[in-house]
Design a protein around this ligand. Structure first.
Ligand code: A3P
Length: 362
């Protein structure tokens, strides 16, 4: 199958498919690769790829583009609050973030609905869908249609790289790209893949590191995703944020966002948003992208309760440099090799690379 982006779809086969299925028990329908790029995605992507590629963005859209675990939710919460609730008084602010800032390709992970079938009535996404697009058929994509019909200005999340989204995206609207130290991403993604039943990773941490350096994690390759964005960094509609900078100086970074988005918030409003979007406050509100809900008295759980109890939920630690507590020397060497091979030749002032250079590590 050929997509309008020019990519050929190649389903994972043989021993590679078996290994993925054994380690990621949530990938029951297998995975697909898109060539060129070796992008690894859920098979449901094929049903939505061309619609996403041809999506009509508006000038007022703001897109938060990231690879998983780059700090997407944090950035969405900051930007949503700047755009909609600068005085922290919007009545919808406690709703799950993906119902306020929809995730354009999230339908690729949902099991396809049979004709006439509807999602569970208490599913917060479906509640938002019914409110925003009451006359649409959910089988055509709950999330994609939510984005299509969402009132302006829309704040849209994607984990897709530039090569799989609309080629006119950057010329049409503003894009915020968040990047994060790959070693912390490995730690965070490993946790995420264990807590979320969608992935249900049951393999070892060591193997997870290997998956990462082989570019064999869903949405991978990380480096190509980052490279495609970095090559566009001088475009006036693209704003780059590093998780490490946001963590070290949230007010400074939010001030830059204020200028980029032209939101014209006052210093007092910006101070309020820094506090409101701190890790402590966001974890206490716990209205991130992953949730459980009840339907007719039955609990529908997206999370592996046991892992959450033992190792924490979506808002895990919210720190830079936690990899130092988790990596063995061997894992560190593997990640450094990967970094040198894939990111060293970019004109990329990547935080981790700089740190390594200072320490004489690479
Ligand atoms: P950790 O697992 O290292 O804690 P994403 O939203 O892209 O999935 O990224 C999730 C990561 O961002 C998790 O990292 C999560 O805890 C962290 N995060 C979420 N909100 C945050 C906040 N307000 N401040 C700092 N980190 C935050």
């Amino acid at each position: 199958m050929k997509l309008q982006s020019g990519h050929e779809v190649v389903p994972l086969e043989g021993s590679e498919k078996e290994k993925q299925l054994k380690d990621f028990q949530g990938y029951k329908d297998g995975l697909i690769r898109l060539m060129p790029g070796r992008w690894l995605l859920a098979p449901g992507f094929q049903n939505f790829a061309d619609r996403i590629y041809n999506f009509q963005h508006k000038k007022s859209d703001v897109v938060v583009m990231t690879w998983p675990k780059f700090g997407t939710t944090w950035t969405q919460e900051i930007v949503w609050t700047m755009m909609n609730s600068p005085n922290l008084d919007h009545p919808d602010s406690n709703l799950p973030i993906l119902t306020r800032s929809p995730f354009i390709e999230n339908d690729i992970f949902a099991p396809a609905l049979k004709p006439g079938e509807v999602p569970l009535s208490n599913d917060p996404f479906y509640v938002a869908f019914k409110k925003v697009c009451p006359n649409r058929n959910p089988a055509d994509g709950v999330h994609l249609q939510l984005v299509e019909e969402f009132p302006d200005p829309r704040l849209i999340k994607t984990h897709l790289p530039f090569s799989l989204v609309s080629p006119t995206l950057l010329d049409t609207c503003k894009v915020i790209y968040v990047a994060r130290n790959p070693k912390d991403v490995i730690v965070s993604f490993h946790h995420h893949s264990r807590i979320l039943k969608l992935h249900d990773y049951v393999g070892s941490f060591e193997d997870f590191v290997q998956y990462f350096v082989n570019d064999d994690l869903i949405y991978g390759p990380y480096w190509l995703h980052l490279k495609e964005a970095w090559e566009r960094k001088n475009h006036k509609n693209l704003h780059f944020i590093f998780y490490e900078d946001l963590k070290a100086n949230p007010l400074g970074e939010i001030k830059k966002l204020n200028a980029f988005l032209n939101t014209k918030l006052t210093d007092a409003q910006l101070d309020g948003i820094v506090k409101y979007t701190s890790f402590k406050e966001m974890r206490a509100r716990d209205n991130g992208p992953v949730f459980n809900f009840e339907h007719k008295g039955v609990k529908v759980e997206a999370l592996n309760a046991e892992v959450v109890k033992k190792d924490g939920g979506f808002f895990r630690k919210g720190e830079s440099g936690d990899w130092k507590n988790k990596f063995t020397n061997e894992m560190d060497a593997k990640a450094n090799q990967w970094l040198q091979k894939n990111l060293n030749n970019l004109d990329l002032e990547f935080k981790y690379e700089i740190e390594c250079r200072k320490n004489g590590k690479i």
